[in-house]
Design a protein around this ligand. Structure first.
Ligand code: FAD
Length: 688
């Protein structure tokens, strides 16, 4: 009898927990809470700081880099959303009028310590548990400095451009007021000359423009945005030297700023720029306020003969505490009177302590979102299990695999497919007869497999956590994460998104399974029917266009979106996912690449992999050999996909490879749940 830990109770982990518990002492660890869907979330418009700007959480994608609670960028692994109807907590911190609206379970990072009492240990508490908002301060981290970067051109010139500039295809304009800004005009002209760009000054009725016709300069400056509301600073500019930051801010504040009673302020129509200024100043230990205003201005349009002035949102950045230090570095006169800020002072501990100004609640009906972030996962204590849902698989193979465990697969089936339509583009399609392809309740099956077994839910296991537990074997079933095995070199995965949609009156867009491959077979769109007028609508695409495609489909075929999952699928076959075992850790399932690369279909292969592990538990070299042999045909498919993606695929040249794949699949029609016909292969490959 072995002492075994199974990490991850998804497809392969729940199977192994059930089967191995019969002869061994087994404990399962699953980071998500038992039987719970994701419990914590934010409203779609919540602004998230990412490397590509400040964007609403609903637009953050897997693979984006977001700023974490450690003040550094980390990759988003999964995005989640679900329908929520209930109470939200609305927190408005000091230094902003932009509230955060979140479900009560959502944790926030706070300290209960008084401003003046150092240290300020922080903790994560559910926002709904805050009994007295006056007793806690929100903890916002300083910015972790990475390797120093150099600005592409004079940082002060960048600052003027961010404030006053516009770049067309090969021309750049720096606009200034006709009167009172002559010194800025001279400064811009001098800086341009120093950088080797010719320029001239155009005097207009109310403004004065410094104009250059240089393709090179226009290209450089366009990376900071062309129009005012697009202006931004590349994220890695937080790693500029302090001198360069001062110069950049000096240009920006001179151009767009003004003196206030107790500090200086800047107005911009770019929320990204406003927040980035805040980030740059955090490097100096200064926390500035960012507020939203709605002001009239900008574009006009004529409707029914009336001239309408469009409303723009603008953002105001106010710097007050420690302002004199900043002004001094700008070469400006100090203020004699200014308000001192707690946040500035506390910054010495590398945490800004932000009091809560307003704490309210409100009712909400709609989608809410959450993110899972690599390493620092600021959401890590609370992300639930949205991946648990209905999926497509073959009922024959699942019935065969589950039977020895005493589980009747039939009762989990939601929809039995008859024929799958494949859209070939140009109005053509092909119908593939199905032989047992179904959608089933994946979550319920996993719950039933783990019922009565020793499992710890809501625990994100790490090698350090299990170091002293002395397990004989640790099975890494963590899928894409490979939490206990070394990272794979050149890992290949496809970003995916999937929505569960309910169509009113059962009017579904399709009656059966439907797929539409993308060009070069870079991925495909799928429509999987579920019970009672609902379906899973999703897509995966190497070219990362899955969201656009699914969003367009949903806009054309509106329904009630119940939940969404966005996470990549690993498609590197086992051959490229070695090592399978190291020390007392062994991988199983998607963690070692058991996903059929052409379809991103991993349920059956991961269960087959679990069977192989059970059969070879005492002989891991034999397990490795068996896995490589069983999934050898994945390598051919993987090679074909790579050739297709590189535009190097030729039906003539790759016919032997195609035939190999076809013959393997043909032998396994029941396992794939569909008729495998050479003609379908050829047509689909030739169409895309
Ligand atoms: C959008 C989408 C749609 C898909 N559709 C299909 C489909 O229709 N048919 C099909 O066959 N395949 C489909 N797949 C692929 C399939 O879901 C996976 O390949 C399969 O689930 C892999 O099984 P697994 O057991 O290896 O990993 P998973 O089922 O992914 O399970 C991994 C588990 O590990 C847990 N975990 C991770 N890290 C830790 C940790 N440190 N501590 C504790 N727990 C941890 C996770 O919470 C998760 O529960 C789809 C994938 C995606 C993303």
């Amino acid at each position: 009898m072995k002492r075994i830990a199974i990490i991850g109770l998804g497809v392969s982990g729940s199977y192994l927990l059930n089967r191995l518990s019969r002869d061994h002492e087994v404990v399962g660890y699953e980071r998500q809470k038992e039987g719970q869907f994701q419990a914590v979330c934010l409203v779609p418009e919540t602004q998230i700081i990412t490397s590509r700007g400040v964007i609403p959480i609903s637009e953050v994608r897997a693979g984006d880099l977001v700023l974490t609670h450690k003040g550094r960028l980390r990759k988003v692994i999964q995005t989640f959303s679900r329908y929520y109807s209930g109470t939200l907590v609305k927190v408005t911190p000091k230094y902003t009028n932009l509230p955060i609206r979140l479900t009560p379970e959502h944790p926030i990072r706070v300290t209960r310590s008084h401003f003046f009492k150092s240290p300020h240990p922080y903790e994560w508490i559910s926002v709904g548990e805050i009994a007295d908002p006056d007793q806690v301060k929100m903890c916002v981290p300083g910015i972790a400095k990475d390797q120093e970067v150099k600005p592409v051109i004079s940082p002060r010139l960048i600052g003027y451009y961010l404030a006053e500039g516009y770049s067309g295809p090969d021309e750049t304009y720096f606009y200034f007021a006709k009167e009172g800004e002559e010194d800025l005009v001279d400064d811009t002209v001098n800086l341009l000359k120093q950088e080797g760009f010719k320029c001239h000054v155009e005097h207009r009725e109310t403004s004065c423009a410094v104009v250059t016709y240089s393709l090179k300069l226009a290209n450089i400056l366009r990376q900071f945005g062309s129009k005012a509301y697009e202006k931004h600073i590349p994220f890695d500019y937080v790693n500029l030297s302090q001198g360069s930051i001062v110069e950049l801010l000096r240009g920006l504040f001179r151009g767009d700023g003004c003196r206030t009673k107790d500090g200086i302020a800047l107005t911009t129509s770019s929320i990204t720029l406003a927040v980035q200024v805040q980030l740059l100043l955090r490097r100096f230990g200064i926390f500035v306020s960012v507020r939203q205003d709605r002001i009239a201005g900008g574009d006009t349009s004529v409707i029914n003969g009336r001239l309408l002035l469009r409303m723009h949102t603008s953002f105001r950045v106010d710097v007050n505490g420690r302002i004199n230090e900043l002004l001094e570095s700008f070469g400006e006169d100090a203020l004699t009177q200014y308000s001192w800020s707690h946040a500035d002072w506390i910054s010495r501990t590398n945490n800004f302590l932000i009091p809560i100004r307003k704490y309210e609640s409100e009712e909400y009906n709609g989608l809410v979102y959450n993110l899972e972030v690599e390493e620092d996962n600021s959401y890590q204590t609370i992300v639930g299990c949205l991946h648990n849902c209905a999926w497509g698989t073959s009922k024959h193979e699942l019935t065969k695999i589950m039977k020895p465990l005493g589980i009747d697969f039939q009762k989990y089936i939601l929809f039995n497919g008859k024929a799958m339509q494949v859209d070939l583009g140009n109005g053509k399609s092909r119908s593939i007869p199905l032989k047992g392809l179904v959608t089933y309740d994946k979550h319920q099956l996993e719950v039933d497999l783990t019922k009565g077994k020793k499992a710890r839910f809501g625990v994100k296991a790490t090698p350090t956590m299990l170091k002293d537990e002395n397990y004989d074997m640790i099975i890494d079933c963590t899928g894409l994460h490979r939490a206990f095995l070394p990272k794979i070199k050149n890992d290949m995965w496809v970003p995916c998104v999937e929505y569960k949609v309910n169509y009113s009156d059962g009017k579904t867009p399709f009656e059966d399974f439907f797929i539409r491959p993308f060009n070069q077979l870079s991925g495909y769109f799928w429509y999987f029917p579920l019970e009672k007028g609902s379906a899973y609508v999703g897509a995966g695409d190497f070219k990362k266009e899955q969201n656009e495609f699914v969003d367009a489909f949903n806009a054309k075929n509106p329904g009630q979106i119940e939940r969404k999952i966005g996470r990549p699928i690993r498609i590197s076959p086992p051959k490229y996912c070695e090592p399978f075992y190291i020390g007392n850790v062994v991988g199983c399932g998607e963690s070692i690449g058991t996903v059929f690369p052409l379809l991103g279909e991993g349920i059956i292969p991961s269960l087959q992999c679990s069977q192989l592990l059970c059969e070879n538990l005492d002989n891991l070299p034999a397990y490795r050999k068996a896995v490589l042999k069983k999934f050898e045909y994945f390598n051919y498919v993987y090679d074909i996909i790579n050739l297709k993606l590189q535009g190097k695929f030729s039906m003539m040249k790759q016919l032997p490879l195609m035939l190999k794949v076809y013959r393997e699949m043909k032998k396994m029609e029941d396992r794939f749940g569909m008729e495998i016909r050479l003609n379908d292969f050829k047509t689909i490959f030739n169409s895309y």
